[in-house]
Design a protein around this ligand. Structure first.
Ligand SMILES: Cc1cc2nc3c(=O)[nH]c(=O)nc-3n(C[C@H](O)[C@H](O)[C@H](O)COP(=O)(O)O)c2cc1C
Length: 352
């Protein structure tokens, strides 16, 4: 049996919204905490995205949610952080990992990793403005190469965030490379606060590999939660030494119906095309490991009727849903590297 493991849903733009959070609630598969998709902090724009704010204001789960900011200027980050703290959020998370060129060019998100001085100022300003327990950081290992983390981590440590989540890749590595657990292990040994490991958790075995290699305080899962929303209840059962639920295609149909309902509720003025478009954004992940016809027909559905008809045709049966996605897709790749890595060895010169 393991020590208790914190579980988190990774923030994901346009998909881990209130509709998805409500769906996890319906399925009784909740992480210990949430982080919103990022709010862009920009100088001239004080009003914060009302769509994202709904996941804080209407969070039905009883689990804490942190508002995430992506930005660069300390003054504006603090302005938006204080605004967030006027809502029912548990704290503020600074995004230091987003690889989108438009974000990085401004020195925000992953771009912040290229300037230790800018990072230092932003972290310092947020730490000074947020209460104890209310400031977390989500970062990558570096911009170009993982060994940049050797210089980045001390800057983070200096500002004593309350929790640090590490997506164990560089910005250049995007989302499809193997992850680098050795650097997370180093952070676990170095920082005083809890460290959460993120990247390539697709099932209980990959989660277990993270624990074996880096011994983090918690695990954060993103894409896999869209594919298999039961991942949180499965991980919790696994770490307690209990049997995990094994969903069938019919359970998936239940998931899709719940998501369909909550996505519909999010629309102020119903536009069928918009609704179906959003459903497809979530379900491309779910399609991995389902018969190919699901992906083919689902992507081509134009009306809600067609969309639900396809889901029912293929999923209304007791076929077991594979617990692990195929590894060779553009959405899930290289996760087996976690299973085959025996030890997390740091490069020479780094002392634990
Ligand atoms: C579509 C998409 C949107 C994302 N949006 C965000 C975001 O808003 N904020 C953030 O910190 N990370 C974002 N990420 C990164 C995820 O939080 C996570 O770090 C990454 O997907 C690796 O975890 P995973 O392998 O469990 O998916 C996004 C990732 C994807 C695939």
């Amino acid at each position: 049996m393991h020590k208790p493991m914190l579980l988190a849903l990774a923030p994901m733009k346009d998909v881990t919204d209130l509709a998805f959070i409500k769906t996890l609630n319906d399925l009784n598969s909740l992480p210990d905490y949430f982080i919103t998709e990022y709010f862009r902090t920009v100088a001239h724009h004080k009003k914060m995205d009302p769509y994202i704010m709904r996941s804080i204001d209407e969070n039905p789960t009883g689990r804490p949610i942190y508002g995430q900011l992506v930005g660069q200027e300390p003054e504006h980050l603090v302005r938006d952080a204080l605004n967030l703290m006027n809502h029912a959020c548990a704290g503020v998370d600074l995004n230091m990992g987003c690889p989108a060129p438009i974000v990085c060019r401004r020195g925000a998100g992953g771009g912040m990793l290229r300037s230790l001085r800018a990072m230092d100022s932003a972290l310092g300003a947020l730490r000074d403005s947020l209460p104890a327990g209310g400031f977390s950081v989500k970062c990558r290992l570096g911009y170009e190469t993982p060994d940049e983390f050797e210089r980045i981590l001390p800057v983070i440590a200096r500002h004593a965030p309350d929790r640090v989540c590490i997506h164990a890749r560089t910005v250049r590595e995007g989302y499809r490379s193997p992850v680098h657990p050795e650097w997370v292990k180093w952070a676990v040994e170095t920082l005083k606060c809890p460290v959460i490991a993120n990247g390539n958790i697709v099932d209980t075995q990959t989660a277990e590999a993270w624990v074996r290699l880096a011994a983090p305080a918690g695990l954060m899962a993103g894409r896999t939660a869209l594919r298999n929303p039961w991942i949180f209840s499965q991980l919790r059962a696994h770490f307690r030494g209990e049997a995990a639920t094994a969903p069938t295609f019919r359970d998936l149909l239940r998931y899709i119906r719940s998501l369909y309902k909550h996505t519909l509720e999010m629309q102020d003025h119903y536009v069928e095309e918009k609704h179906i478009h959003r459903m497809k954004k979530y379900l491309v992940y779910t399609a991995r490991g389902l018969p190919e016809e699901f992906d083919h027909h689902m992507k081509r559905a134009k009306t809600s009727r067609d969309f639900m008809h396809i889901c029912e045709e293929i999923l209304d049966n007791d076929t077991p849903f594979p617990s692990t996605p195929p590894e060779d897709t553009h959405l899930f790749a290289h996760f087996n590297a976690l299973l085959t890595q025996e030890k997390a060895c740091l490069p020479a010169g780094i002392q634990l």
